[in-house]
Design a protein around this ligand. Structure first.
Ligand SMILES: *Cc1c(COP(=O)(O)O)cnc(C)c1O
Length: 416
C-alpha cells in the first residue's frame, strides 16, 4: 500500500487501528499464557500515563535529558539491591534479547582483551533461550550446546567437559523458558570461573519473580549475585515486571565488568560517540513506563502479584497431572511449565490436539518440541480464569482422545 497522497483524519486512523486489532490475541481476558503480562488496571494507568509523558523523549544523550539518566539509574539500582549486588552496575535495554546481546558482547570483549581469545565459544544448555544463538550469530562466536540432564536442568558435568580455551561465557537460566526450571547456577558459575569465562544468568523470566518468592518466605535455588562467579544477569521489566514492552535490565557484578559492553568512538566529525547498548536514539517511553510501574508496585505489590502467579501455576500443574494422558515436564520452579503427553499414552493422546481444542475454547498456548508440548507462562492476569481453564483442559483432553493434529509447527517467533 502506497503512502496516501493526502494525509488522513486522526479519528479515522484510530478507528482503523482498532478494527485491525480484531484478530489479535485477547490477553486482557486472561486466556493467553505469554506475550503480555497483565498487572491490572492501576498498573496499566500509570504505565500509559508515564509512557505518554515520555513518548517523544530521546535517551541518546542524558546531558540533554537528565531525567532519563535518573530513571535508568533508579531502575537499575533497585534491581541491584534486590539481587544483592552491592557493587553491581547496569543499564536498561529494549528487552531480553538486547540484554543478552550486550552480556555476550561484554564476555567476548573481556576475554579477547584479557585472555587473547580471538573467536570465542558460548557454552550453553539446549534449554537456554534462542537469543543466545542470535547473539553468537551476530557477534561471531561459536555456540557449544550441551543437552540438559533428565531433570531438564543444565548438566554441570557435561558443561565442564565441554569447556575449551576458547570458552568466553557459560550460560545459566533462572528459570529457562521451555520447562521453567532453574539451572544449577553455583556449579555452572564455578565452571565458568575456573575457565576464566563470564557466567551470565538469564533471569529474563525469573528476575521479577524469584526475589519476591524468596521475600514471601519460600526457598528458592540460588541464582543471583550472591552466587560467586556470576558476572551478569538479565531481567525483563516487560515480562513479570508488568511494564509494557521495550524494557529490560542488564546487571553486571561491578563497573569493571560492565565496561566491556559499552562502545565509544572519538574519531567522528559528529563528535564523541558513547553508547551503553545496541540502540542509538532511544525512546524514553518504555523507560519511563518501566520506572513508573516498578515504583508503583514496590516490594509489596510484586510480592502480591508473585503470590497470585505462583498459586495459580501450582493449581494448574496439579490439574494437568490429574488429567489422564497428560503430564507436566519436570518439576517447574516458578511460573513456567509445559504440558506433554503422559508416557504410555503416545498413540491415544496428542498434546497439540489438546492445544487446538483449547484454542477453540479461546485459550492461547505456545508449543514446544522434543518432546511435543504446550507451553505456558503464567502471570497474575491468568488468576481470575483459572477454574475455567482447569475445566476446559479436562474436557478438551477427553474430546480429542484418539485424534491427532495435522499441523505440527511450533512457532515461538515469526518473520513477517
Ligand atoms: C523472553 C526471554 C528472553 C528474550 O527476551 P525478549 O524480551 O523477548 O527479547 C530471553 N530469555 C528468556 C528466559 C526469556 O523468557
Amino acid at each position: 500500500m502506497a503512502l496516501p497522497r493526502h494525509g488522513r483524519n486522526p479519528d479515522d486512523l484510530l478507528a482503523e487501528l482498532a478494527a485491525m486489532q480484531a484478530d489479535d490475541v485477547r490477553w486482557r481476558d486472561g486466556r493467553t499464557f505469554g506475550l503480555v503480562y497483565d498487572g491490572g488496571p492501576t498498573v496499566h494507568a500509570v504505565a500509559e500515563a508515564a509512557a505518554a509523558q515520555y513518548l517523544h523523549e530521546n535517551a541518546l544523550t542524558t546531558i540533554a535529558v537528565p531525567s532519563l539518566a535518573r530513571i535508568q539509574r533508579e531502575v537499575v539500582d533497585a534491581m541491584a539491591d534486590l539481587l544483592h549486588g552491592d557493587r553491581a552496575a547496569g543499564f536498561m535495554t529494549s528487552g531480553g534479547t538486547e540484554s543478552i546481546m550486550v552480556a555476550v558482547l561484554g564476555a567476548r570483549e573481556r576475554c579477547r582483551a584479557e585472555r587473547g581469545v580471538e573467536r570465542g565459544e558460548l557454552l550453553l544448555a539446549d534449554s537456554a533461550h534462542a537469543a543466545f544463538h542470535k547473539a553468537a550469530h551476530v557477534l561471531g562466536l561459536d555456540p557449544v550446546v550441551v543437552p540438559v540432564g533428565p531433570d531438564g536442568r543444565a548438566d554441570v558435568a557435561a558443561t565442564a567437559a565441554a569447556v575449551t580455551e576458547r570458552t568466553v561465557l557459560v550460560v545459566a537460566s533462572a528459570p529457562g523458558y521451555p520447562h521453567g526450571v532453574i539451572d544449577p547456577v553455583p556449579e555452572l558459575a564455578a565452571v565458568a570461573a575456573a575457565a576464566g569465562a563470564n557466567c551470565h544468568v538469564d533471569a529474563c523470566m525469573g528476575g521479577f519473580v524469584l526475589p519476591f518468592l524468596e521475600l514471601d518466605g519460600e526457598e528458592v535455588r540460588p541464582w543471583d549475585l550472591r552466587v560467586p562467579g556470576v558476572t551478569s544477569i538479565s531481567l525483563d521489566v516487560h515480562k513479570l515486571g508488568y511494564a509494557p514492552k521495550g524494557a529490560s535490565v542488564v546487571l553486571w557484578r561491578d563497573k569493571a565488568r560492565r565496561r566491556w559492553q559499552t562502545f565509544s568512538f572519538d574519531d567522528w566529525l559528529g563528535g564523541f560517540y558513547a553508547s551503553p547498548n545496541l540502540q542509538g536514539s532511544r525512546s524514553g517511553a518504555p523507560m519511563a513506563a518501566a520506572w513508573a510501574v516498578v515504583q508503583h508496585l514496590g516490594v509489596d505489590g510484586y510480592v502480591a502479584l508473585t503470590r497470585r502467579t505462583i498459586d495459580t501455576t501450582r493449581r494448574m500443574i496439579a490439574a494437568v497431572r490429574a488429567v489422564d494422558g497428560l503430564d507436566v515436564i519436570g518439576e517447574p520452579d516458578a511460573h513456567l511449565f509445559a504440558i506433554r503427553t503422559a508416557p504410555g499414552w503416545e498413540d491415544r493422546m496428542d498434546v497439540f490436539a489438546v492445544g487446538d481444542a483449547m484454542a477453540a475454547r479461546g485459550w492461547y498456548h505456545d508449543r514446544l518440541h522434543r518432546p511435543d508440548a504446550l507451553h505456558l507462562t503464567v502471570s497474575a492476569g491468568n488468576a481470575p480464569v483459572v477454574d475455567a481453564w482447569v475445566d476446559d483442559l479436562a474436557e478438551a483432553a477427553a474430546t480429542v482422545l484418539g485424534t491427532r493434529a495435522a499441523d505440527r509447527a511450533t512457532p515461538y517467533a515469526t518473520l513477517e
